[in-house]
Design a protein around this ligand. Structure first.
Ligand code: C2E
Ligand code: CA
Ligand code: CA
Ligand code: CA
Length: 279
């Protein structure tokens, strides 16, 4: 029993050490990665259900590291939030994506908006709204072409500051989207509390929509509620025609997912937009 106890103990320490070592390596590699040009912004189209035209794109961060390879944002964003690097990363995404949008507009590809994800950590900064305003000014864009996606995690930041920041952003003509709807604990009170324009239904609800009647009911109710509140609805993670057909039947406005495209490089998206313009 004693021996087994020790083995069990060492098993746990090993896995904990591995976990800690992995985390340390991640932090180590992340240090300076932005300056080394390892981060790149990819873009995923948002497609209008009625016309099947691209009406927007979401900027999604990618990290390619020589030691770790390609690291998922699901892994590196939480670490960046803990180390504070998310502030620099968030600034990078905002700057890159708006400059890219300006470039698309100057090519006459100007009938869609850019959506950028904001971390709750960015909302703890009193200068967030000014930072966004400056990024728009540098790119020569108005707030109307920008959409900001926020999760209910911002609820845990300072209330007055979040209220102020959202009011300023909204006054600039920026669209505010509630991201990951349905995954948190307080999606409803959060929806009531803030001036959202768009509701994004999380991918986890869309996944089994064709097979699971309960998921269909939930999505149907969420869309009806959003419509009642005057919000536009975007469904994430649409991978099949059948999912699209069901969502369209419920009145969903916009879809995003592998059915139309994965997140792609700016160059690849340019090709898609030029192709769309031909039709
Ligand atoms: P999210 O904001 O909910 O973004 C949607 C995620 O779903 C993206 O994963 C996207 O690639 C993925 N996705 C889209 N359509 C499909 C589909 O049809 N099937 C499947 N299986 N997946 C689909 P990604 O790019 O790995 O990003 C994961 C999360 O990391 C994002 O979730 C977001 O919370 C965070 N993230 C990514 N980029 C940024 C960023 O620039 N800033 C911040 N703060 N967070 C970011
Ligand atoms: Ca998002
Ligand atoms: Ca999501
Ligand atoms: Ca998310």
């Amino acid at each position: 029993a004693k021996k087994r106890g020790r083995n069990t103990y060492s098993f746990f320490t090993d896995s904990m050490n591995q976990e800690a070592a992995r985390r340390l390596q991640l932090e180590e590699q992340m240090h300076g990665a932005l300056d080394r040009g390892e981060f790149e912004v990819f873009y995923q189209p948002k497609v209008d259900v009625a016309s099947e035209c691209i009406t927007g794109v979401e900027a999604l961060l990618r990290w390619q590291n020589p030691v770790l390879g390609s690291v998922s944002p699901m892994v590196f964003i939480p670490v960046a939030e803990q180390t504070g690097l998310i502030l620099a990363l968030g600034h990078f995404v905002l700057e890159q994506s708006l400059q890219q949008l300006q470039q698309w507009q100057s090519m006459g590809l100007n009938d869609f908006t850019m959506a950028v994800n904001l971390s709750p950590v960015q909302f703890r900064s009193a200068t967030l709204a000014a930072e966004v305003e400056q990024a728009l000014a540098i790119a020569g864009l108005s707030g109307n072409s920008l959409e900001l996606e926020i999760t209910e995690g911002v609820l845990m930041s300072g209330q007055a500051l979040v209220d102020d920041t959202l009011a300023t952003l909204t006054a600039m003509g920026i669209t505010i989207a509630m991201d990951d709807f349905g995954t948190g604990y307080s999606s409803l009170s959060y929806l009531r509390r803030y001036p959202f324009h768009v509701l994004k239904i999380d991918r986890s609800f869309v996944n089994d929509i064709a097979e699971d009647p309960a998921d269909r009911e939930l999505v149907c109710a969420a869309i009806a509620m959003a419509q009642g509140l005057g919000l536009k609805v975007v469904a994430e993670g649409v991978e099949t025609r059948e999912q699209l057909r069901i969502l369209a039947g419920y009145g969903c406005d916009v879809v995003q997912g592998y059915l139309f495209s994965k997140p792609v490089t700016a160059g690849e998206l340019t090709a898609m937009l030029l192709e769309q313009r031909k039709h």
